[in-house]
Design a protein around this ligand. Sequence first.
Ligand SMILES: [Zn+2]
Length: 117
Amino acid sequence: MKEVNILVDRCAFTPRSCARCGTGFHTRGKEYTCAACRKPKLPAAEKPGHTLSFREQQIVALIAEAKANKEIAYNLCLSEGTVKEYLYHIFRKLNVTSRTELALRSVRDGFADRPTA
Ligand SMILES: [Zn+2]
């Protein structure tokens, strides 16, 4: 029994260096990032800014400025259809149902890369 435990202990922790920050750490799983880098996996509702891609944040910023889809499309060199598609994904990610709600959320949570007024 004791021998088995020793064997398990020796094999349990593999030294790795974090794929994200390079910090050395030990794991017994298949993790490629250290505990610190794995930690910020908060629910979407708590950290909305981190769930949006750069492009999505740009769109949210323009929505917050009350821009129409056509203007957003023009600003970001996208088609109107693409903007609508992005919006659909943003709505779902942030759990909002309208662009007004989205604008309010972006101001409140400050995740749209935009100075606070
Ligand atoms: Zn790390």
